[in-house]
Design a protein around this ligand. Sequence first.
Ligand SMILES: NC(=O)c1ccc[n+]([C@@H]2O[C@H](COP(=O)([O-])OP(=O)(O)OC[C@H]3O[C@@H](n4cnc5c(N)ncnc54)[C@H](O)[C@@H]3O)[C@@H](O)[C@H]2O)c1
Length: 336
Amino acid sequence: MIRFAVVGFGHIGRRHAEEISSHPDSVLSAIVEIDEEAGAVAAGKYSIPVFNTLESLFAQVPDIDVVNVCTPNGLHIPLAIEAIRAGCHVVVEKPMGLYRKDCDELIWLAKEYNRQVFCVLQNRYSPPSQFINRMMTENRLGKIYWVAINCYWNRDERYYIPGSWRGTLDMDGGPLYTQFSHFIDLLYWNFGPLKNIGARFYNNNHPYLERLEDTGSFWFEFERGGAGQFNWSTALYDSNLESSITIIGEKGTIKAGGQYMDKIDFFMVDGMDQPVLEPSLPPNDYGHWKGSAANHAFVIDNIIKALHGERYDMASVEDAAASVGIIEEVYKLRKF
Ligand SMILES: NC(=O)c1ccc[n+]([C@@H]2O[C@H](COP(=O)([O-])OP(=O)(O)OC[C@H]3O[C@@H](n4cnc5c(N)ncnc54)[C@H](O)[C@@H]3O)[C@@H](O)[C@H]2O)c1
């Protein structure tokens, strides 16, 4: 049995706790949560100890194997470092961190301590993502000419509650980190590093955001050839519209879309019929909002396989750090 502790029992921490406790090869040993109310919910639900710091966890429960960091973005790296130094493996929610340099330091520290770091990029398990990756790996589209990603969601004052970490520069960092990093990962995973990045940013209807945009666009070339553009907005009225990718290549065109990139909208590829994909799992549900794919069961299962030395399928931590690097490069161009 692999013994896990979850740090941050909020929206996504609860999902980690649920998947860990329902997996036959893992046990949820403790929770670390600074909010008393959330801590009480955790204690009531799982009948396990709840601490308010990692330090007190390690002092009282010395046999934790894995710490899952599910706190606001800006705390991922310091808490992960603390867990590695205590001899644990770590699972870091996305985005891995806010700065590439910090992510690289975490990777090096984990090597030094002979521990593993995993980053949660669960959208990769969705059937359209898997399919696109297979098409790219098999080079079915030939030369890539253009890739366009459009992420148009709604996040408003019902989401950016005053006093919350959301919408702050140091804990959230902006929608490319918090809402759309899965789609930056998709870009990097399939098309590799970017160069010649340009960008524009706007804040239309979120005056309470701390020097962050609610709408933007960045354009780029791929180091491997081809170019593209990434447009995003959280300024939509009332609800999400789409998360889509259009790939235009020498031997075909593919568009995956839907609200959460959960289906293939267009497929015209030399010598191939459009495949019938398994339906995507429904997105994570946060009340009024839906988020990215609810694939956390795959994440926990693959981490357990990795720690048992079995074959596993997970985004590499180097990829997770690279997508943080892309976001950081884009946000260097943000001036508010
Ligand atoms: N993989 C995904 O699709 C996905 C989906 C949602 C959120 N996330 C990521 O998960 C993280 C958390 O998001 P959320 O929506 O669950 O936020 P949330 O605000 O609902 O939960 C965060 C929790 O962390 C607790 N916390 C804050 N500082 C802490 C500390 N020092 N020690 C212990 N607990 C602490 C808070 O009290 C809160 O309960 C973010 O980084 C977010 O980007 C990922």
